[in-house]
Design a protein around this ligand. Sequence first.
Ligand code: ADP
Length: 423
Amino acid sequence: MTTPTGPSPAPTRVLVLNSGSSSVKYQLIDMADRARLAAGLAERIGEETSAVSHQPLSTGGEKREWQGELADHDAALAAIAQELAADGLGLDSPELAAIGHRVVHGGLKLTEPTVIDDAVLAEIERLVPVAPLHNPANVTGIRTAQRLRPDLPQVAVFDTAFHSSMPEHAARYAIDVETADAHRVRRYGFHGTSHAYVSRKAAELLGRDGKDAADINLIVLHLGNGASASAVRAGRCEDTSMGLTPLEGLVMGTRSGDIDPAVVFHLGRVAGMSADEVDDLLNKRSGLLGLCGANDMREIRRRMDAGDAAARLAFDIYIHRLRKYIGAYYAVLGRVDAVVFTAGVGENAAPVREAAVAGLEELGLAVDGDLNAAGGKEARLISPASARVKVAVVPTDEELEIAEQSYALVTASPGPGPEGGAG
Ligand code: ADP
């Protein structure tokens, strides 16, 4: 191929991959204008009933769905590449600047977005004991993508990174220091990409009111199926509700959140449950699901409206825990500019937002009924204009944040090395 005489345009596209043990979610984003070109999901990888659903967004085409067997992640990524190629967005395109990977656990060393080389990959693998469900799948996704485009920078963006600014008094558990350090037992926090994105967007929203971003204190409530709260001072995390694992903190869809650790020993002694069985109970059969048999807030609201007492109690327990964290983080920060709701429940469930701050006028907190009920896809304030502490809804966008961070990294470096090893 002949080289064109003029300079070729710099690549601006980022493929964002979120690899789970049996699924890969993806988005292709053009960072020139933040346009979403395609999005999709390959799921049930390794089963006979694997499926790919692909949404072409640049062409406005119909969603395409495919069913068959994807033996492994290589097959899944090949299927994704094929779907993208069918839209003229093939992964061999020179317009692709990077592949950005969501990586759940970066531990204490990987606290910034990082171009992946062998040493970074080894560190992600070293953290498998503290993230046994997530990091192995993330490593598989990275290796697969490296085989597909060995020449391209692959960037890891860590869910724990935003929380690495937590001071030691928030990050340490009050247990024997030697034991803790020997086994890396401390509070890391998760959902960091979302907390980072939402904090920045909330600061922009408040900035329009004349606030100085460097002096904004936020309580961010990421309420999805998993849920976490964080206390953010001037864009830096000071405390967050998830800990060594995503189990700690708020009541979630299927996770218990905070619990007396002695419950684990008690169930071992009196119910003969193994550690793995209690792990399964607390992570998968607890939270809203364990309390009332449903983990979707829409279903719980429907049941409450129909007079279901278990759904009512589950909602009340969920709200009680949320309010405790709002109070706790108010005290951690000393002064709060806004409480910010995000993710599936936080963005959509007006009754949750209302109940979370009801009766807290003494703390300067209130929601305006009409603004709260109004809905919308934009970041918005839902507190009365006179409120001392604002309440905001800020839709999260973890894929865009991963793309932003990956793109910023690869365009800032003097030029990625031939093996993407600029680490
Ligand atoms: P994940 O944690 O899986 O990324 P999301 O942030 O997408 O989840 O949140 C999913 C949850 O959001 C659902 O389980 C449901 O409880 C809740 N949800 C989604 N839409 C609504 C809605 N319109 N009203 C209330 N809750 C909703």
